[in-house]
Design a protein around this ligand. Structure first.
Ligand SMILES: Cc1cc2nc3c(=O)[nH]c(=O)nc-3n(C[C@H](O)[C@H](O)[C@H](O)COP(=O)(O)O)c2cc1C
Length: 394
């Protein structure tokens, strides 16, 4: 073969492969957009228990492991811990897991009230939560409407401060018996907490077990995020999408303390403030309360167009907790650090489908009777049925 023919042939093969790659990437992104529009379609007040479960599942949760299972019995939705989805390195005492369950239960309660299924949340000794509901009238609820729009927005914000009325609304939303919410907006105090975030980040990144656990929950491509329905999708953290086989080595190459520390510092520098939640005790019931208060805060923020993201390093690295508490004049264990401000949304993170987390209708213990009261709730409804309205960002 002549050299010129060889070169032309090679160029054609490379161009063809690149074209196929671009086509596949575009296709996967379009599929992901459709998947998210379906997952995040507005609340359907007549959607029954499946809809309650979908709303609960949209709660934030550590590493997006979705450490929950749902079941319904009589007029109670059970939200039970799924300990197979723990993250023992970053969360050895299941603190984040129970905060996440609290957030999911709060979503169920807010959505339930909007759907005409108002109720109360209780907890049992095994750590499961129960949303016990009654029949009522559907009621318009801006917080319920915000559930599908909320996301952890891990981008830089624009540095704009929040006005006093917005801060007061956030403060009121996150207030709860047994939970303290401290809003920090003074730049000097924010800088002190930023420096602690950086110290915590350094320590976490020096821990091979932390990195291995984090990596096991990373999803580098839209296809992988959709297949798993869980985990940390790279685009939702503002990183490029890559096939998993390229994403893993690329992560090892670029994920370095220096650049990550600079990234966190910039993210806090461009935020309007930091919200620190502190439960009055370091136990499961208190963590659940913190999760519920946090979720109301996040939904109120979403409703006001305020973006939020977690910078939890000073609570995840246990040795830094007393320093963080001292910086804000507190003495109990701080539970969460959330930055807030104004910034563009990033792609949404995935969730597993309702039928993957919901065991369906169960008879009361020891009895095989039909749960007649639930018949009108259309429990077996297909999660993906129905038209897909366009998703709105705000
Ligand atoms: C208790 C708890 C701790 C979290 N800690 C962090 C964190 O330290 N860093 C972070 O980027 N996201 C953190 N998150 C956010 C989750 O990663 C996020 O909720 C999950 O990936 C789902 O994404 P979404 O919130 O956009 O729906 C935390 C969430 C919860 C509930």
């Amino acid at each position: 073969m002549k050299r010129r023919h060889f070169l032309v042939g090679t160029a054609a093969v490379i161009a063809g492969a690149a074209g196929v790659g671009v086509y596949c990437a575009q296709r996967a992104s379009a599929d992901y957009a459709t998947y998210i529009r379906t997952l995040r379609r507005p609340l359907d007040p007549s959607g029954g228990i499946d809809e309650l479960v979908r709303m609960a599942s949209l709660a934030p949760n550590g590493h997006n492991t979705q450490p929950w299972r749902f079941a319904v019995r009589d007029r109670s939705l059970m939200i039970a811990p799924d300990f197979s989805r723990r993250t023992p390195v970053v969360d050895p005492d299941d603190h984040h897991l129970f905060v996440s369950l609290g957030a999911a239960a709060e979503n169920a309660a807010i959505a339930g009230a909007a759907m005409g299924l108002p109720g109360e949340i209780t907890a049992d000794d095994a750590g499961a939560l129960h949303y016990v509901f009654a029949n009522g009238r559907p009621a318009a609820s801006p917080l319920a409407d915000a559930i599908v729009h909320r996301q952890s927005t891990r981008s830089n914000y624009d540095g704009r401060p929040a006005d006093p009325a917005t801060l007061a609304a956030l403060e009121a939303a996150g207030r709860a018996e047994g939970v303290r919410l401290v809003l920090v907006t003074a730049r000097r105090r924010m800088n002190d907490i930023r420096d602690l975030v950086v110290v915590g980040n350094d320590r976490q990144m020096a821990d091979p077990a932390f990195i291995a656990e984090l990596k096991s929950w990373l999803r580098f491509s839209p296809a992988s995020a959709m297949d798993h329905g869980d985990g940390l999708y790279s685009a939702a953290s503002g990183n490029p999408s890559l096939p998993d086989f390229l994403g893993r080595p690329a992560f090892d190459l670029v994920f370095k303390s220096k650049s990550e520390n600079a990234k966190y510092a910039r993210q806090i520098d461009t935020s309007a403030g930091l919200a620190i939640f502190l439960g009055d005790r370091a136990d499961k019931p208190s963590w659940i309360k913190v999760g519920r208060a946090m979720q109301r805060f996040l939904l109120e923020a979403t409703r006001h167009g305020v973006a939020c993201a977690y910078v939890n390093q000073p609570v995840e690295v246990a040795a830094l907790r007393p320093q963080l508490a001292a910086l804000i004049g507190e003495s109990v264990r701080p539970d969460l650090v959330i930055r807030f401000g104004y910034g563009k949304p990033l792609p949404y993170s995935p969730r597993r489908r309702v039928e993957q987390v919901f065991a369906g209708k169960q008879a009361a213990s020891g009895q095989r009777r039909k749960v007649a009261a639930l018949d009108r709730l259309d429990v077996g409804r297909d999660f993906f049925r129905g038209p897909v309205p366009p998703l709105q960002f705000f």
